[in-house]
Design a protein around this ligand. Sequence first.
Ligand code: ZN
Length: 371
Amino acid sequence: MAEIRAKLVMLGLLAEGEGAELLDPAGALFDEATDRAVRAFQQQRGISVDGQVGSRTYHALEEARWRLGDRILFFVPARLMAGDDVAALQQRLLDMGFDCGRVDGLFGVETEQALRDFQRNIGVVADGTCGPATFKALAQLSRTVVGGRPHAMRDSEAINRAGPALAGKLLIIDPGHGGPAPGAEPGVLDEGELVYDLASRIEGRLTATGASAFLTRGPDGSPQGPSEEDRASFANAAGADLLLSLHVNRHASTAASGVATYYYGSDEFGHYSMVGEKLADLVQREVCARTDLVDCRVHAKNWDLLRRTRMPAVRVEVGYLTNPGDALRLADPAFRDVLAEAVAAAVQRLYLPEDADAQTGALRIPEWLRA
Ligand SMILES: [Zn+2]
């Protein structure tokens, strides 16, 4: 508790000494000030605001305390160094024109490569380690690139270079959760079965275009399945061009319904995947144009799977199993076919040059293949 309060004080969200004397002797209870500070922090970081310091919030607090120069940064393949200092380093490198991919606060192989390039440029030993000599150089150099979003532009250039055709692309389809959800009714498809079925339908359509598609799990995924981190590592190791994660939502209220799509973005780091957003937007529009699911729009999230994947990635939540109308639709194989067609059309449109792009809802895959 004391550790968490200290971090909140350091982040300027809690006044020194505030709340401390109100804690019970075991330190198990939050006082009001600490609760407020935790909620403010969760809000800032795009974490669900519940005032609880669960593992997600705890890790975010841990990452937030690092300032550039606090510690030596380097590439650790097994467990990437993570923190605001890494994000600050990435931002500086990008601002100076060294391509480290994106600002995600994770010291990966691209960050190391960009750092080596930078070190070579300034005549420091190019060891890929951000230590005292590099900190000094970074502090002395003023920003050489002002304005614009060079990293966002690189993001879309990579897609342009990949060409308009889907043939030869490597696509990863992630049937989100596996195994029956607690309380699922027997005989009714659960989320794991539904998203696996949907993934297979999408896979069939995309491989018909000459792309390769892999699923992140088999039909009998356990309720836990591989972690988001493992799924991201799998997609990264495969060198995938794109990742689609499929989920079905649940809510305590049966009234909640509709489809929403998510892409990587962090308000804290001020960075958003431009291609991710474009794909999310296409998926959302295609699904809404072809079905009567409620449009719950696209949203930027820094969830692990979106953040740790090196390629554009989106997560789509196609309806709520807890909503009778959505559940009825999802139970119909013909409806799942329409969903699969919508998602596949969105992927195709991402790779079509602007002048060849189709109207939303109009692209039919067999026709597109003949063209
Ligand atoms: Zn899910």
